[in-house]
Design a protein around this ligand. Structure first.
Ligand code: URA
Length: 206
C-alpha cells in the first residue's frame, strides 16, 4: 500500500471548513464537492492517454485522450459527497455503488448493496471520505482484488492511523487523504475528525 497525504493549502482550508460544527449541510456539501475536485486531480495523475488526431480551427494537430477510465465506486452514503466531482473529471467512467454499514457492536462492516461490474484488469477509484477502523475499506479491497482489479485508489478526506495500518496488507493500493488525525474514540469516530460525514452531508449535521 502506498499512502499519500495530499499536501495543498486549499485542501487543508476546506477540511477545516468541513470540521467546523457550525458548517450547515448545504455548505458542507459544497465544500466536500470542491475538495473532491482537488483530490480527483491527485487520484488521476497516472492515468494513460493516447494520441488523437484533431483539427483546431487553424490546422490539424495531435491531442491526447484518456484511455481505460477507472471505475468510480462511492461507498454509500458518505462517498456520494465526492461523486459529482469525479464524474465531472472522468465523464466516461462507469460508476458502481457499494452500500455498507458498520455493526455498532463490533465495528465490522455489513454489506447491504453492491452494483459492481466486472472489475478484472480495471483500475478502480473508491470514494470513502472517512477512513476510520478501515473495516469497510478492507472488505471492499478484499472483494476488488479477489475479482482481479488491477489497482485501486482509495480517496479519503480524513484518515485515522488505525485505518491506514489495516490497509497496509494490500498491494496495488494507493490511499490518498488530506489529514491523518490523532485516533479513533471508543465509538470508532475519528478524533478530532468532523463527526459523521454522511450526517453532515444529508442530515441536520450534528
Ligand atoms: N465515519 C464518519 O463519518 N466519521 C468518523 O469519524 C468515522 C467514520
Amino acid at each position: 500500500m502506498e499512502m499519500i497525504e495530499f499536501e495543498h493549502p486549499i485542501a487543508r482550508d476546506f477540511v477545516t471548513r468541513l470540521r467546523r460544527k457550525n458548517t450547515p449541510p448545504v455548505q458542507f456539501r459544497a465544500y466536500a464537492s470542491r475538495l473532491a475536485y482537488l483530490l480527483a486531480v491527485e487520484a488521476t495523475r497516472d492515468l494513460s492517454t493516447v494520441p488523437a488526431k484533431i483539427e483546431t480551427p487553424l490546422e490539424d494537430t495531435l491531442g491526447e485522450v484518456l484511455v481505460d477510465p477507472p471505475i468510480i465506486v462511492p461507498i454509500l452514503r458518505a462517498g456520494l459527497g465526492m461523486l459529482e466531482a469525479f464524474q465531472d473529471l472522468l465523464p466516461d467512467s462507469q460508476v458502481a455503488f457499494i452500500g455498507m454499514t458498520r455493526d455498532e457492536k463490533t465495528a465490522e462492516p455489513v454489506w447491504h448493496y453492491s452494483s459492481l461490474p466486472n472489475v478484472a484488469g480495471r483500475k478502480v477509484i473508491v470514494l470513502d471520505p472517512m477512513l476510520a477502523t478501515g473495516g469497510t475499506a478492507a472488505a471492499v479491497m478484499e472483494y476488488l482484488f479477489e475479482k482481479k482489479a488491477s489497482d485501486v485508489i482509495l480517496v479519503s478526506v480524513i484518515a485515522a492511523p488505525e485505518g491506514i495500518a489495516r490497509l497496509g496488507v494490500f498491494d496495488n493500493l494507493r490511499v490518498i487523504t488530506v489529514c491523518v488525525d490523532r485516533e479513533l474514540d471508543s465509538n470508532w469516530y475519528i478524533r478530532p475528525g468532523l463527526g459523521d460525514f454522511g450526517d453532515r452531508l444529508y442530515s441536520d449535521g450534528i
